[in-house]
Design a protein around this ligand. Structure first.
Ligand SMILES: Nc1ncnc2c1ncn2[C@@H]1O[C@H](COP(=O)(O)OP(=O)(O)OP(=O)(O)O)[C@@H](O)[C@H]1O
Ligand SMILES: [Mg+2]
Length: 236
């Protein structure tokens, strides 16, 4: 049986990945701070909206309003159709303003059962080509005990496997113990790295479930449309 592909929406990357992420896969995006991870996630969500797919977006690294503004800047419409899970506001002092129906505010990140429950509810019944973003699992490792983060991630990967969705999970490179990174990478189905040296950006697809792909650093640019890989650089 040919597995369905979920287009990433990143120009060039779907060529590198022979169509996109395999359905039912959870892909780890592990890269240093400031390399373009959040932009990548927004593009992935944008592609889902363009394809009229269900999209769940877990935000722990910035206010949801900032994520929404970033998506708008990329030209995403119908933002009220995206289900946002706000894992950021709980750690900011002050009253949390009332949120629209498509934004769920988490009470904390130290206890991840609430997030598992929310995701289970949102993901169940996912049909063709839905997508989920978690930006980022690093915040969970900073606030929760590592075994509970691994348990959460294993349950999450299982939920994605039980649907037709694909997920991107962000991890900040250089912040965590190597064995924690190795465990997270092992739980996920694929790993992508970014690097930034001087003004040169590169992307490396290290592993991808069910996909034949090149094992090399490919240059990419970050511009108004987000991450972009030139196909000519990929075949070079
Ligand atoms: N459209 C753009 N054009 C040029 N530079 C950009 C663009 N979008 C983002 N950048 C630059 O790239 C940086 C990183 O972008 P982004 O927030 O996507 O990376 P990140 O890996 O998520 O960063 P962090 O580790 O801080 O979460 C931004 O701080 C900004 O300087
Ligand atoms: Mg970011």
């Amino acid at each position: 049986m040919v597995e369905m592909k979920i287009r990433t929406g990143i120009p060039g990357l779907d060529d590198v990945l022979a169509g996109g992420f395999p359905a039912k896969s959870t892909v780890l995006l592990e890269a240093p701070p400031g390399t373009g991870k959040t932009t990548f996630c927004r593009q992935f969500a944008k592609e889902g909206m363009l394809e009229n797919q269900r999209c769940v977006y877990v935000v722990t690294s910035e206010p949801v309003a900032q994520t929404i503004a970033g998506l708008e800047a990329l030209g995403v419409k119908d933002l009220d159709k995206i289900c946002f899970i706000d894992g950021y506001s709980w750690r900011v002092s002050g009253e949390i303003p009332e949120q629209p129906a498509n934004v769920h505010v988490m009470q904390s990140l130290t206890e991840l059962n609430e997030l598992t429950r929310l995701l289970k509810k949102e993901i169940s019944g996912f049909g063709g080509g839905a997508r989920i973003v978690i930006d980022s699992i690093s915040d969970m490792l900073l606030y929760a005990e590592s075994p509970s983060v691994f348990k959460f991630l294993q349950l999450f990967v299982g939920m994605v496997k039980g649907s037709q969705a694909a997920a991107v999970v962000v991890l900040e490179e250089g912040l965590h113990e190597p064995r924690h990174v190795a465990t997270i990478s092992y739980i996920c189905d694929g790993t992508i790295h970014f690097r930034l040296e001087g003004n040169k950006r590169g992307i490396y697809v290290k592993r991808m479930f069910n996909t034949v792909h090149p094992l090399k650093w490919i240059p990419f640019s970050l511009g108004a449309a987000g991450v972009e890989i030139k196909v000519s650089d990929f075949f070079a």
